[in-house]
Design a protein around this ligand. Structure first.
Ligand code: SF4
Length: 234
């Protein structure tokens, strides 16, 4: 199936704000699906969630956190023991290295507590901008917008961005989403991408944002156009 082209220009600001309002109403209880009880657990769960579903991570972390309830314990773990527990999350060798490394960094440089600022978070093993944003928004209630594959795709389809990289997309989104809602907007876009605006084929027919979405209008118009063309030929 050919990829759906993204709109070439952004929608007007008023349209973007109206789209976001609809998403907010549609997903009022938006939050991370990764189960966690504290910043340490969220950080480790987010690292494990790369190229893996949140549901799979949630099946894995109870065993992991029962054995390693703190960064101090995980910092001293044997890689082969951790690999055995997280194997089903994929890329388990790299992820084991990253989570033990992050735990050691936290113990050695941050007194055992997950740091609350972006620069320190991004200095931890296996932690990039997206992971840091998820932790800042969900563990510390800091304004941060994370761009994952769903956010990237849905933001483009809605015409909220024309950015080529996740950082470009983030810049476009934070320019239109009110600062207090950056974390929530991440969840609205992720939930919408999972439930409705799916890759590769979005369910535009049931989408509450259809009337304001340039991609949806293009996709829904096409069958009507081809029907008219067929009728003209008959
Ligand atoms: S109308 Fe279609 S393309 Fe636009 S957001 Fe909804 S599902 Fe996605």
């Amino acid at each position: 199936m050919p990829a759906i082209p993204f709109p070439k220009k952004k929608v007007p600001r008023a349209t973007a704000l109206a789209q976001l309002e609809i998403l907010e109403r549609t997903y009022p209880a938006a939050t991370t699906a990764l189960e966690h009880r504290n910043p340490y657990e969220l950080l480790i769960a987010v690292i494990l969630s790369a190229q893996c579903t949140d549901a799979r991570v949630n099946l894995t972390t109870p065993t992991l956190f029962a054995k390693y309830p703190t960064a101090q314990k995980l910092a001293k773990a044997l890689p082969r023991d951790v690999e055995r527990i997280i194997k089903s999350c994929g890329f388990f060798r790299a992820k084991t290295k990253n989570i033990i490394g992050a735990a050691r960094d936290i113990v050695e440089r941050f007194d055992g507590a997950v740091p609350k600022d972006r620069e320190s978070l991004e200095s931890l093993s296996g932690v990039g901008r997206k992971t840091a944003s998820v932790v800042l928004a969900n563990a510390f209630d800091e304004p941060a917008l994370a761009v994952d594959t769903h956010v990237f795709r849905v933001a483009h389809r809605l015409g909220l961005t024309t950015g080529k990289t996740p950082l470009d997309v983030e810049r476009d989104l934070v320019a239109v989403v009110p600062r207090a809602k950056w974390g929530l907007a991440t969840h609205w876009l992720i939930l919408h991408g999972r439930a409705v605006c799916k890759a590769p084929r979005p369910l535009c027919g049931i989408c509450p944002v259809l009337a304001l979405c340039p991609t949806g209008k293009m996709l829904v118009k096409k069958p009507a156009q081809s029907l008219r063309r067929r009728r003209r030929m008959e």
